[in-house]
Ligand binder design. Structure first.
Ligand SMILES: NC(=O)c1ccc[n+]([C@@H]2O[C@H](COP(=O)([O-])OP(=O)(O)OC[C@H]3O[C@@H](n4cnc5c(N)ncnc54)[C@H](O)[C@@H]3O)[C@@H](O)[C@H]2O)c1
Length: 444
């Protein structure tokens, strides 16, 4: 099939590459000409395991190409995917300008029947809006070319995007068009061989399904963080509690790790957007609003513990910080808890020496003018002259560090363990003061 994918971010690039891998003729379009130029030469601008190799081989086979020419993009595909960003606007609503700009381009430039698939995460009713925009633009041109609207939300996880796309849990397809549904079934057939994973539904339900999934996951995190904070105050150990509840199959072990709050490009903005759409529909989503409020507070937790430990005298101190990406196996720092922490530390007059296995260049971009922050290329470098170590992202390489070395190098042997990576007893025996999340006695 001939496919055009608008937007070559995490979702567009992975979608385009995986469809190309199955033998489709994929053209990826992005308005960022510099990104397109890099992609054309096989260079992948993001860190995503396995992606670069797959991009390269599909370019070589002629299945995958890139352009910034929107007209060429609209002309190429029988199926046109919209996979552009939908960032949060100031009021928390999803900013639809990029989605609607693609819709207008399609209306202005299409010459043959197409299926238009929205893969971006968008508020309920957006597919109707896209459909209306295309219809109006077409009638402005005085033409009537048929097109079919589909909502096909994406559930991939950054850091495991390729395998998630190749082996999806489910394939949600919302449409009222029979032709649209047939085309999507055909396109997804190679990913749907083991058992039928397609969940057909109407456009609005498909749009809400994506928000429901992310809000459910964000709720699990905020609830565990809340329980961890209660644990801290009551002298219980949330890690024991976690194991004690995870065995219940109605609860399960997945996604119930306490930590420093969720970040990334999706949960924060999708939680906000759902609160906003509900509000517009006359409903106050109280639980979802609390999920957001708990998370905002949780992003401060390491700072609060640190501040308490140093009797609020932080100015002039230096801290080693491990982990900048919002989670392991990605270089994405959008809404990362590390950023809240760095900002708070610098505001309080401290200096930060930070390391991340993959997000160093992203951090240098984000914090270009920040004198208080040094990005180190080696994790041991961060410890030099540091008054404590903060662990923010649970990369594998942080799991079993050389504690002897850390203790020798740090000015004061204190570790703020934002992901409960370390055993409190072992660290205690090694002479560390160890603060974790919800492990009792660490918050006074
Ligand atoms: N990142 C994820 O893990 C993930 C997972 C599921 C769903 N989503 C959703 O998918 C959508 C895209 O997310 P992302 O993380 O890939 O975004 P991104 O910010 O990484 O990429 C978006 C890309 O779209 C391009 N773009 C903007 N306007 C354009 C236009 N008119 N034509 C062509 N390209 C245009 C931008 O230049 C950018 O490269 C969002 O709605 C997001 O919520 C993201």
């Amino acid at each position: 099939m001939k496919l055009s994918i608008f937007g070559t971010g995490y979702v567009g690039l992975v979608t385009g590459t995986c469809f190309a891998e199955m033998g489709n003729e994929v053209l990826c379009i992005d308005i960022d000409a510099e990104k397109v130029a890099r992609l054309q030469s096989g260079e992948v601008p993001i860190f995503e395991p396995g992606l670069e190799e797959m991009v390269e081989s599909n370019i070589r086979l002629g299945h995958l190409s890139f352009t910034s020419d929107i007209a060429a993009g609209v002309a190429h595909g029988e199926v046109l995917f919209i996979a552009v960003g939908t960032p949060a606007d100031e009021d928390g609503s999803a900013d639809l300008q990029y989605v609607l700009s693609v819709a207008r381009s399609i209306g202005e430039l299409m010459e043959h029947e197409v299926v238009v698939v929205d893969k971006s995460t968008v508020p309920v009713g957006t597919a109707d809006l896209v459909q209306q925009t295309i219809t109006e633009t077409l009638s402005g041109r005085g033409v009537n070319i048929p097109f079919h609207m589909v909502s096909n939300p994406e559930f991939l996880k950054e850091g495991a995007a390729i395998s998630d796309f190749m082996k999806p849990d489910r394939i949600v397809i919302g449409t009222s068009s029979e032709h649209g549904m047939r085309m999507m079934e055909q396109l997804y057939a190679p990913f749907n061989r083991n058992h039928d994973k397609i969940v057909p539904m109407d456009l609005r339900s498909a749009e809400l399904t994506k928000y429901a999934a992310n809000v459910m996951l964000a709720t699990k995190i905020s609830l565990m963080n809340e329980l961890a904070n209660v644990s801290d105050r009551l002298g219980a150990d949330i890690e024991a509690v976690r194991r004690g509840i995870g065995m219940d199959p109605r609860i399960g072990y997945h996604f119930i790790y306490p930590g420093t709050g969720y970040g990334g490009s999706c949960f924060p903005k999708d939680v906000k957007a759902l609160i906003h759409t509900a509000q517009q529909a006359g409903y106050e989503a109280k639980l979802v609003s609390s999920v957001e409020a708990v998370n905002a507070a949780q992003k401060r937790i390491l700072f609060d513990k640190l501040s308490h430990h140093f009797n609020h005298q932080i100015a002039g101190l230096t801290f080693a910080l491990w982990g900048l990406a919002f989670k392991p196996n990605t270089d994405d720092m959008r809404e990362a808890p590390s950023r809240t922490l760095i900002d708070l530390l610098i505001e309080a007059g401290a200096k930060v020496r930070a390391y991340d296995p993959e997000a160093r260049s992203e951090a240098r971009r984000v914090y270009a003018d920040e004198a208080g922050l040094t990005i180190c290329d080696d994790r041991n470098e961060t410890l030099r002259n540091a008054d404590g170590l903060l662990v923010v992202t649970e990369w594998n390489e942080f799991r079993s560090p050389d504690f002897q070395h850390i203790r020798e190098v740090l000015n004061t042997p204190v570790i703020f363990d934002g992901r409960n990576l370390y055993d409190p007893e072992t660290l205690g025996q090694l002479g560390f003061t160890h603060y974790a999340i919800g492990r009792g006695s660490s918050h006074h």
